[in-house]
Structures are given as structure tokens and as C-alpha cells.
Design a protein around this ligand. Structure first.
Ligand code: NAD
Ligand code: DAU
Length: 355
């Protein structure tokens, strides 16, 4: 059972498993379909496997009864928990949903997992987490699996909390649980609230590209299918109770990311041919705006452990990953339009009206 499988990484993961591994079984995608969940992200997989090897259940991970009955009905061997509120800026505006889904939701999944696992010979709970739980770095140093947690936004605090619960359920109840802490992902199907898809779409439409603060905050970027391959290896090979860091070993300042996207667009869709740009270049759209409150300065992950112990490695570097990503958004304007015109707007209106 993949929770949050209609989101960005979850949908890439389901596709990855069907297309790139020797998996012969069934996947149940259990997703609440919040503003960030889009069932169309898996149209190709539905066409091939719906109700034979791929099943979709619209459900909330906070709904213990529904989670448990799904585990039983489909005789689930593993939960891979992607379901979360995932955007830092939203956690600053509307923290409640982050507490509900990321903390309470993980708790209900763990409870259901423990009960269900009693009737199973093998059962694994893999929890998808983030490097943000480790806090913020100065100019040097890295996050290791042993780095103490120091979350600093409502989002990262809620993810840290869920990681602690997962470890507690392993130690206390013997649940076979594993955790991965990954750096910033990018690639196809990412909701256009995050830096890379938002920049690409604004640039294509000739809108301002906002860079927070001085643009020198650093993130470590990983192409999404490289995250998926690491998770798959962990599900198959990691010992119960293990944690692995996953990262791109690709530290970049935000301003460099934004400029790289502009330059990729200049070669794939030159600004002189884009009617929204008139006589501007893509880079002319860049604006430095007010900083994110509590903005973490630098993340950098050390992922030697998963490389050495499980033999994982990245297959994309930033230059080919960003080319693929920009191409995908240029070729999938219908997907962008469906997101812009869909329930997303109603959801934003309902939830953000009074903030
Ligand atoms: P996303 O926001 O694109 O997708 C989240 C999915 O979870 C959506 O399909 C949504 O409908 C679903 N969901 C939300 N609340 C739910 C609930 N209560 N019950 C059931 N489903 C629910 O997120 P993403 O970027 O794909 O991230 C997936 C996971 O990976 C998250 O746990 C996130 O913390 C983690 N992560 C993300 C990144 C990144 O760069 N995006 C990096 C490291 C870790
Ligand atoms: O590090 C892993 C985390 O990466 C994941 O756990 C989160 O789910 C994911 O959202 C991401 O968090 P960030 O806050 O790093 O991602 P975001 O794309 O929002 O921002 C990346 C950087 O770009 C960050 O320093 C803020 C900055 N930024 C972001 C936006 C949306 C801008 O300068 N302008 C923007 O418009």
C-alpha cells in the first residue's frame, strides 16, 4: 500500500515500480486527494493495470478504520508512507493540517500496521522523510544519519515527530520499520508550488519569478526517479529499524537553480519565440522578494551509507535532470492547465480565506 501515491513522489514511485523493477504483485494507492493529489498523475498506470495490479482507494490516513480494513482486504505486505502535507510555505500559513496528517496520520497508520502485521509472516512499514528534520547548516558540514534532529519549521517539526513515532513503534512493538531522509526532489508531476516547477511555469507564462531573500540559500537536489530507486532498494534490502539518508550530492544556491532553468528554456523554447515574453529574456523575470520566515540557510546530505551498504547511486546529474524536467513541463501544458483550473483553487479559497 502506497499512501500519498497521487502526489509528486508517490506517483513517480508507483510508475517506477511497475516499469523498472521485477515486482509481480499489486499496489494499492491510498490517497485523500488533497489539493496536491492528482489521480491523473497515474493515467498511464491506470490504463494498464487498474483493478488488476493497481488499485485506488480515496482515503485519509487519519481514518484508522479505513486504513485497517484496506490492509486486511488487500492482504498488504508493506506500507510505504508518502502521504503528507509537504510544502514549507503552507506550513507557515496553515500548520494545523501538517499536525493532523503528518503526525496523527502517521500514528494511525502505525497502529493499523502493528495490528495487521500480527497475521503476517512478513510486513514492512517504510516511512518517507526529509533532510529538513536535521535543521540548517552553516557554510560547511553535512547531515549524517546520526545528526541530532533540529527541525525549524512547522513542516519539518511535524516530519521529525512522525519519524520519532516510527522509531518508537519499531523499538516498542517490534514493527519492521525503516525510514529514509531525502533531500529536495525535482522532476515530472511536481505540484507548481515548489521552486522548480513554479519557476518553469511562471517563466513560460512571462510572469515574475520570485526568489526569496538574497537567493543564496542552498539545497541539495535529486531527480525524483533516483529517490524512487533508493526507496525500492530499502524496501527489499534494508534491515528492520534502519535509517538511510538519500541525496543528490548536488548543492546549489536557489539563484543558480533559477538561472539554470532560464537558460534551459532559452535553448528549448527561446524567449524571442514566446509571445508572453515580448522583447524580454527569461532571466529578466527574476525578482528578489521578501524572505520566507525562519528560512533554513543550507542543507547538504551525506548519503555514503546507502551507497556503501545497499549499492545505490544516482543516475541523473543536475544538467540532464533539469533538461528532462523543463522538457516535461513544456510538453505537458494540459497537465498544468488541469491543475490550475481544478479543485485546487476551491481548496485554497476555503483554507486560506482568513489567514
Ligand atoms: P505532495 O504534496 O506532492 O503529495 C502528497 C500526497 O499525499 C498527495 O497526493 C496528497 O493527496 C496525499 N495526502 C495528503 N494528506 C493525506 C492524508 N491525510 N491521507 C492520505 N493522503 C494524503 O508531496 P511529495 O513532494 O510527493 O512528498 C511525498 C513525501 O516525501 C512527503 O512525506 C514528504 O515529506 C517527503 N519528501 C518530499 C521531498 C520533496 O522534495 N518533495 C523531499 C524529501 C521528502
Ligand atoms: O529538503 C527536502 C524538502 O524539500 C522536502 O521535505 C519538502 O517537502 C519540499 O517541499 C522541499 O522543501 P523546500 O522548502 O526546500 O522546497 P521549495 O521548493 O519550497 O523551496 C526550495 C528553495 O527555494 C527554498 O530555499 C525556498 C526557495 N524558494 C521557494 C519558492 C517556492 C524561492 O526562492 N522562491 C519560491 O517561489
Amino acid at each position: 500500500m502506497v499512501t500519498g501515491g497521487a502526489g509528486f513522489i508517490g506517483s513517480n514511485f508507483i510508475r517506477y515500480v511497475f516499469e523498472n523493477t521485477d515486482f509481480k504483485g499489486r499496489i494499492v494507492n491510498y490517497d485523500k486527494l488533497t489539493y496536491a493529489g492528482n489521480i491523473k498523475n497515474l493515467d498511464d498506470i491506470s490504463d494498464r493495470y487498474l483493478n488488476s495490479r493497481y488499485f485506488f482507494i480515496k482515503g485519509d490516513i487519519c481514518d484508522y478504520k479505513k486504513v485497517f480494513s484496506t490492509l486486511e482486504e488487500y492482504d498488504i505486505d508493506a506500507i510505504i508512507n508518502f502521504a503528507a502535507e509537504s510544502h514549507v510555505d503552507r506550513s507557515i500559513l496553515l500548520p494545523e493540517d501538517f499536525i493532523k496528517t503528518n503526525i496523527n496520520g502517521t500514528f494511525f497508520l502505525l497502529e493499523a500496521g502493528v495490528k495487521h502485521s500480527k497475521s503476517k509472516k512478513h510486513f514492512r512499514f517504510h516511512h518517507i522523510s526529509t533532510d529538513e528534520v536535521y535543521g540548517s547548516l552553516g557554510k560547511t558540514g553535512y547531515f549524517y544519519e546520526t545528526t541530532p534532529y533540529s527541525p525549524r519549521s512547522p513542516y519539518s517539526a511535524s516530519k521529525a515527530s512522525s519519524d520519532h513515532l516510527v522509531r518508537a513503534y519499531h523499538h516498542t512493538y517490534g514493527l519492521d520499520a525503516t525510514i529514509s531522509n531525502c533531500s529536495n526532489n525535482y522532476g515530472p508531476y511536481q505540484f507548481p508550488e515548489k521552486l522548480i516547477p513554479l519557476t518553469i511555469i511562471n517563466a513560460i507564462e512571462g510572469k515574475d519569478i520570485s526568489v526569496y531573500g538574497d537567493g543564496k540559500n542552498v539545497r541539495d537536489w535529486l531527480y525524483v526517479t533516483d529517490h524512487c530507486s533508493a526507496i525500492w532498494l530499502m524496501i527489499k534490502k534494508a534491515r528492520a529499524g534502519e535509517t538511510y539518508n538519500i541525496g543528490g550530492e548536488c548543492e546549489m544556491e536557489n539563484i543558480k537553480i533559477v538561472k539554470a532553468i532560464c537558460s534551459e528554456l532559452e535553448s528549448l523554447y527561446p524567449s524571442k519565440n514566446n509571445p508572453f515574453l515580448k522583447d524580454k529574456k527569461y532571466e529578466d523575470l527574476i525578482r528578489f522578494v521578501k524572505d520566507r520566515p525562519g528560512h533554513d540557510r543550507r542543507y547538504a546530505i551525506n548519503c555514503d551509507k546507502i551507497k556503501k551498504e545497499l549499492g545505490w547511486k544516482q543516475s541523473y546529474d543536475f544538467s540532464n535532470g533539469i533538461k528532462e524536467t523543463v522538457k516535461w513541463y513544456l510538453n505537458n501544458k494540459d497537465w498544468i492547465e488541469s491543475i490550475k483550473s481544478g479543485d485546487y483553487k476551491k481548496w485554497i479559497k476555503k483554507n486560506y480565506n482568513n489567514r
